[in-house]
Design a protein around this ligand. Structure first.
Ligand SMILES: *[C@@H]1O[C@H](CO)[C@@H](O)[C@H](O)[C@H]1NC(C)=O
Ligand SMILES: *[C@@H]1O[C@H](CO)[C@@H](O)[C@H](O)[C@H]1NC(C)=O
Ligand SMILES: *[C@@H]1O[C@H](CO)[C@@H](O)[C@H](O)[C@H]1NC(C)=O
Length: 423
């Protein structure tokens, strides 16, 4: 039997278990003539059976046993089948659902106030093939809630519109595209926003919750936020798919000090965009922040809600569990009530989330919103300290209860506690 073993070096796809693994010590063959014969027959039978089964349930072009293995294959961090996209709806047929209807009138007063104080620029990584297929659905759903919304592509599409960056398209060029995109943002919008959020065209984000999470922080401090992963970078790095958000100081350091310096930043186009970003930012003193809420629940997610909410939906051996920086509860405890983003969201799912989050309301249930008064909030929040207080109050738990909750939620290892200070 082939046994998949995690090694320290590069990640590759392990065919027999349909997952990505580190290469070193990948295969441990146990030999023997009968064994090989049995194995061959077993594999042949198994694959044939699975092939017939899958062929009957979906179209053949949609899957392959051996997806192309590229240098950057570890970018595709989820099961192949989960990356299929059914065609999204025709935007013109979606209709509208007013925000001024009875149930919604006046509900966004605090959110509107916050949008003026915590200005978020969102830039969406897309490409010409996806403009009409995916990017339009971001534009039709969550995108416009950002103070500034930019689609980064290699073509200027005036209908979207998209920014034409001087880059080649393809997975192998995502890193150069990320650098170019942030350079464009730095040149044209540095002072028009306080925070700079990168997301994919299959990311769904709840922008109000992003602003809420960022509200106690000072954008003059070098820091960035997202779904924190452990490997490759000392302080960890933020998953690209869930999106990550840079402070203005982080963006400045990235463009002014990291990108031009080959000792700090990878200079060519290759590599995994999010890992390279994590290395560059660490090298210029940008802190990777803890984005969990006061109850220790996550806010940025690399998969769709179902995969996080349903226990064991993500295989216990899947790379995800080895990558996540903070332990995560299975089931409902996984996800914060102020969650910010989900990834691998199909165009249709975007409209479903839009309806569930912004329109559907259980009659007679309202939720508490504390007024955020920035003068009261600390400029340099200490993790687990004052910055969480506003939120603990909002959830209706006392500071004492909150401490217990946090102690429960957070492991005792020091390396897993969030950075002490944002400076
Ligand atoms: C796209 O092209 C139009 C006309 O050619 C130009 O006016 C506009 O500035 C361009 N937009 C971007 C984002 O490059
Ligand atoms: C943010 O930090 C900068 C520099 O550390 C400081 O000058 C500024 O007053 C701070 N802003 C707020 C709102 O506290
Ligand atoms: C939270 O509540 C405590 C007492 O219950 C109060 O002292 C504190 O000022 C409140 N904090 C915020 C930010 O509302």
């Amino acid at each position: 039997m082939y046994i998949c073993v995690w090694g320290p070096a590069d990640v590759q796809r392990c065919v027999n278990c349909n997952m990505y693994h580190h290469t070193s010590g990948l295969f441990k063959p146990a030999v023997g003539k009968t064994f090989i014969l049995t194995l061959a027959i077993g594999i042949l039978f198994g694959f044939s059976f699975a092939y017939i089964l899958m062929a009957t349930t979906r179209s053949l072009e949609e899957f392959s046993f051996f997806p192309a293995r590229t240098e950057n294959s570890f970018l595709d961090r989820h099961h192949h089948s989960d990356r299929e996209y059914i065609q999204g709806p025709d935007i013109r047929e979606m209709g509208s659902h007013g925000h001024d209807e009875f149930y919604h009138r006046g509900e966004d007063v605090e959110a509107k106030k916050l949008a003026k104080k915590v200005r978020v620029l969102c830039w969406i990584m897309t490409n010409p093939k996806n403009h009409a297929k995916k990017a339009v659905h971001v534009k039709a759903t969550w995108g416009p809630r950002c103070n500034i919304l930019l689609f980064m592509s290699s073509e200027n599409d005036t209908s979207l519109p998209s920014v034409k960056l001087p880059v080649l398209e393809g997975r192998d060029y995502l890193w150069s595209k990320t650098k170019e995109a942030f350079l464009y943002v730095y040149k044209h919008h540095l002072h028009e926003a306080d925070w700079f959020y990168k997301a994919d065209d299959d990311t769904y984000a709840i922008v109000e919750n992003l602003r809420y999470m960022l509200s106690p922080y000072n954008t003059s401090d070098p820091m960035y936020f997202g779904c924190r992963f452990k490997p490759y970078v000392k302080q960890g790095y933020m998953s690209g798919g869930a999106g990550y958000v840079l402070s203005r100081e982080a963006l400045k350091r990235f463009i002014e000090r990291a990108v031009p310096d080959k000792t700090k930043c990878r200079q060519d186009h290759g590599g995994a965009e999010d890992v390279e970003m994590g290395k560059c930012l660490e090298n210029v003193g940008v802190k990777a922040m803890d984005t969990r809420d006061a109850l220790g629940r996550g806010r940025f997610f690399p998969f769709v809600p179902e995969h996080h909410l349903i226990p064991n939906h993500i295989d216990p051996n899947f790379w995800y569990w080895k990558f996540i920086y903070y332990p995560s509860e299975l089931g409902m405890g996984c996800c914060s009530d102020t969650a910010i983003s989900f990834h691998y969201v199909s165009p249709s799912q975007m409209h479903v989330l839009e309806y569930l989050i912004y329109h559907l309301r259980p009659y007679g249930i309202s939720h508490n919103v504390e007024a955020l008064h920035s003068p009261v909030l600390p400029t340099k929040p200490t993790a687990g300290g004052v910055s969480y207080t506003a939120e603990a109050n909002a959830t209706g738990i006392s500071a004492k209860e909150k401490k217990t909750e946090e102690a429960k939620a957070k492991p005792s290892q020091a390396k897993d506690s969030p950075p002490k200070s944002a400076s």
